[in-house]
Design a protein around this ligand. Structure first.
Ligand code: ZN
Ligand code: ZN
Length: 400
């Protein structure tokens, strides 16, 4: 730098500091072209000494934030210590008046090329965390994103990347529904009625699984995607029903410490839980089922023979939700036991077949005409009134 331009620079620094008190960091940040090998604080300190203007009380731009940055970094580290992560990303949120104050100075004194307060903050906090924890900054898909808002509350917000899991559950007791029911009174927000759980006091698989999954991963919530469903009166046996779930905002990211299978309150068994990539599609599956059927009228033996036609039969199921007719196949249909007024039937079928309506005929109106929702169904084949007392899931097979 020539003597002339150095004189010019110092004149600007002097004028600037006389008008606006700045801390060393905020001063050094405005003159990045001067002594590039120094950091902002060292550069600011050197310039200040050269113009012989002592450090004044409060910095016009940062209002004392930069000199007390280590305290802020310590706060972040403290909150971060509850989280398991391999990498992180820092974001800062600054009130607009702070950003504007730096802009005012830059335009008044025609200062160019300097880093902004925000990017210096991101860099310095990131460096402070990396030095202390040995973890690296990752710009895309970081395990935790740390949002620092030095002038508002909460000071630090941490968002952690969701974890996706795949597992199986078995159900050993009847009377437990799959999904939890939202409390009618508070609609899931939590109130006196529901003990602030947000869900009705009715047992659900979801609640039992949460006892393990939500507790272990210390997330804010778990979203389940079931691969099929059963009735609350059904048992789920064999290898259990597969499911996916997403743990939102987890503090723990590994499965260490959980040993499968886990028996939950002697009612539900959680098996083979594993961490996976975000699932793209729900796979197709078939289910092995044991049906418990009640006859409301006597059935004749000739009619029973007609049931053989169900092997490999295609069943049409009207889906009002999807506004179309779905095709589901039944396999290996066989009567396991039969008496005067009841029977047990074993069968396999494509996932999604409405089992109760496959047993008991249920009519719906389409274009002014009443048609069975599931067709053919056992009642229509036997031409008598049947009821599905319950059905148990013997196994679920995912088709690759
Ligand atoms: Zn400052
Ligand atoms: Zn409630």
């Amino acid at each position: 730098m020539s003597l002339e331009s150095k004189e010019k620079l110092l004149t600007i620094v002097k004028k600037l500091l006389n008008e606006y008190p700045l801390c060393d960091k905020c001063l050094g940040r405005q003159f990045p072209q001067y002594m590039r090998e120094l950091d902002n604080e060292q550069r600011g300190n050197m310039l200040r000494k050269m113009v012989k203007i002592p450090l004044q009380e409060e910095c016009f731009i940062c209002h004392g934030l930069m000199p007390s940055l280590q305290k802020l970094i310590d706060d972040v580290l403290n909150i971060l210590s509850e989280y398991e992560y391999d990498n992180f990303l820092i974001g800062t949120s600054l009130p607009s008046d702070i950003v504007e104050r730096e802009d005012i100075i830059r335009s008044r004194f025609k200062l160019k090329g300097g880093e902004t307060l925000k990017s210096e903050l991101n860099r310095e906090i990131g460096l402070g965390i990396a030095l202390k924890t040995g973890k690296q900054v990752k710009f895309k898909g970081a395990d935790v994103t740390i949002i620092v808002a030095p002038f508002s509350k909460p000071l630090v917000t941490i968002q952690s990347k969701p974890i996706y899991l795949f597992g199986h559950y078995l159900k050993k007791k009847r009377g437990i529904r799959q999904k939890k029911v939202r409390c009618k009174k508070c609609k899931g927000l939590g109130c006196v009625e529901c003990d602030y759980l947000g869900s009705a006091k009715q047992e659900s698989i979801e609640d039992y699984l949460n006892k393990i999954i939500l507790n272990h991963f210390k997330g804010s919530k778990v979203k389940y995607t079931w691969i099929g469903g059963e009735d609350s009166t059904s048992l789920v046996l064999g290898n259990g029903r597969p499911f996916f779930c997403e743990v939102i905002n987890p503090k723990v990211r590994r499965l260490i410490g959980l040993n499968f299978p886990i028996d939950i309150d002697n009612k539900i068994i959680l098996k083979d839980l594993q961490i996976i990539d975000k699932p793209k599609v729900i796979p197709k599956f078939t289910t092995d089922i044991l049906l418990y059927i009640k006859f409301n009228e006597s059935v004749n033996n000739e009619a029973l023979k007609n049931l053989n036609s169900l092997n490999n039969a295609v069943i049409h199921q009207i889906s009002t939700k999807k506004r179309k007719v779905l095709e589901k196949r039944v396999y290996n249909f066989r009567i396991k036991s039969i008496s005067e007024d009841e029977a047990q039937v074993e069968m396999s079928c494509d996932g999604g077949l409405n089992i109760k309506k496959f047993v008991k005929s249920s009519l719906i109106k389409i274009g002014g005409k009443e048609v069975p929702e599931v067709c053919p169904n056992l009642s229509s084949i036997l031409n008598i009134n049947l009821e599905c007392v319950t059905f148990d899931i013997l196994n679920v097979h995912i088709q690759s």
